[in-house]
Design a binder for this molecule. Structure first.
Ligand SMILES: Cc1ncc(COP(=O)(O)O)c(C=O)c1O
Length: 426
């Protein structure tokens, strides 16, 4: 029989609802603390409803289902046969290719298009956001354009400076893009006055975006990670994976992904985490992080999601919302806090974590190995998933066991070559 390397789903099997784990959590999700006014005003109404939904399944509206097809869903699952052979591992390695067929290069479009759709339904005119790696900013710019809205993006300066092509890509979609901290907002001006080349952070960019959105009645602030509704939209990834693995009669023993605020990790893992909680399945979940921002090793406590404290406080694993963290090429995972849902599950012992050194040599070497064996160039953030998947495969061989490892390659790295050039000295 021919070996199976690519597992594709027909469009008719594209999920028509998202999975909401909140009612299945082992304990109630702690409510947010503090002033909800800003978030209540700035966030799209339907997203706010979804944020606190007690329904297990949320229907994907027909128009959005069409838009999901437009942005390349369902996406393929691959078995990394060459990589398995190269590692000489007893594990089977399956990866979801979220960078493939995604018009903007990553999983971020899955929630960007949903949020833009609901904003259009609400009659809004503009979406404002932050971005770290630039993948989210591009996804939002694309989604806003598709839904006929304007987009404004505050982009962490350290990354804005080296990803010129991605900046132009966002502008091509018609977005206004600013290096953050910027002169546009109170938060930005204070920091720029101290240091005109301030490298910025996701938390600062979120404060700037919120300030901007709150000053315009026709604008909404949209987040690309952390919040419950963002993870909800991303469960489309794991729901597809479940169907794809069923086609080859597999169920994951290990699920691995990189984690910044938690959207791609939650996306691939939550449907399986639901099984672990409800049915006691013994799947291992590993979040790959950087030592620059090992938020899952921080404290489990209430903290703000942004730098200036405009957001309410969320119960999450955090390093502190004003923590200075050194810039890395995988800047999309340089964030101080982890999503409340994943934080609760980590606190209850369902999620393990590994943090790789800030010189990024090891993770970029793993990405190069993946590229040489499988042919695809991962985004720097996705390189962390690959490193952790390789580590898990090696551990599996050492234990002499055969395990099914599922990992997410959250984006492609076509616009991240400078990172590869510098770290690997090409
Ligand atoms: C390709 C890619 N993967 C992963 C991440 C990390 O974010 P999250 O933890 O929300 O998936 C980012 C963030 O920008 C990203 O661009």
């Amino acid at each position: 029989m021919r070996e199976v390397r690519q597992i594709s789903l027909p469009v008719k099997d594209l999920p028509d609802r998202w999975y909401n784990i909140i009612p299945d959590l082992p304990e109630p999700l702690p409510a947010a603390e503090g002033d909800m006014t800003a978030m209540g005003k700035a966030i799209i109404k339907e997203c706010l409803n979804q944020e606190f939904s007690a329904q297990n399944w949320v229907e994907i509206p027909d128009e959005l289902h069409g838009a999901y097809q437009q942005i390349g869903r369902p996406r393929p699952l691959f078995r990394a046969v060459n990589l398995e052979r190269r590692l000489d591992t007893s594990a089977e390695l399956y990866y979801k290719a979220e960078g493939l067929f995604s018009p903007t290069g990553s999983h971020k479009i899955n929630t960007a298009i949903a949020q833009a759709y609901y904003a259009k339904q609400q009659g809004l005119g503009r979406l404002v956001t932050e971005t770290g790696a630039g993948q989210w900013g591009t996804a939002l710019s694309c989604a806003a354009r598709i839904m006929g809205l304007k987009a404004t993006v505050y982009w962490v300066r350290a990354v804005y400076k080296w990803k010129e092509a991605r900046r132009d890509f966002m502008k091509l979609y018609g977005a206004d893009v600013f290096a953050s901290p910027s002169e546009n907002t109170e938060t930005g001006r204070k920091l720029v006055r101290q240091d005109s080349e301030h490298p910025g952070s996701l938390a600062i960019a979120i404060s700037e975006g919120l300030e901007d959105a709150l000053s315009d009645d026709r604008a909404a602030y949209v987040l690309g990670s952390v919040l419950n509704h963002v993870l909800l939209h991303q469960t489309i990834i794991g729901l597809e994976c479940r169907k794809q693995l069923e086609l080859v009669d597999r169920y994951p023993d290990v699920v691995v992904s990189c984690l910044g605020g938690g959207s791609n990790f939650g996306g691939i893992a939550l449907p399986f985490l639901g099984d672990a909680v409800k049915q006691g399945r013994k799947t291992r979940f590993v979040a790959a992080q950087s030592q620059a921002a090992p938020n899952l090793q921080g404290e489990y406590r209430y903290d703000n999601a942004d730098y200036s404290g405009i957001t309410p406080r969320l119960k999450m694993y955090t390093l502190g919302h004003q923590k200075e963290m050194p810039p890395i090429f995988g800047d999309g995972i340089r964030y101080h806090g982890c999503s409340p849902i994943l934080s609760l599950l980590r606190n209850r012992g369902y999620i393990d974590t590994v943090a790789y050194p800030t010189d990024e040599k090891y993770v970029f070497d793993c990405a190069k190995l993946f590229l040489s064996e499988e042919g695809f160039l991962p985004a720097p953030e996705s390189a962390y998933s690959i490193a952790a998947a390789i580590d898990e495969a090696n551990a599996c061989s050492e234990a002499g066991e055969s395990r099914t490892i599922l990992f997410n390659v959250s984006g492609h790295g076509f616009m991240d070559m400078e990172g590869y050039r510098q770290v690997l000295q090409i």
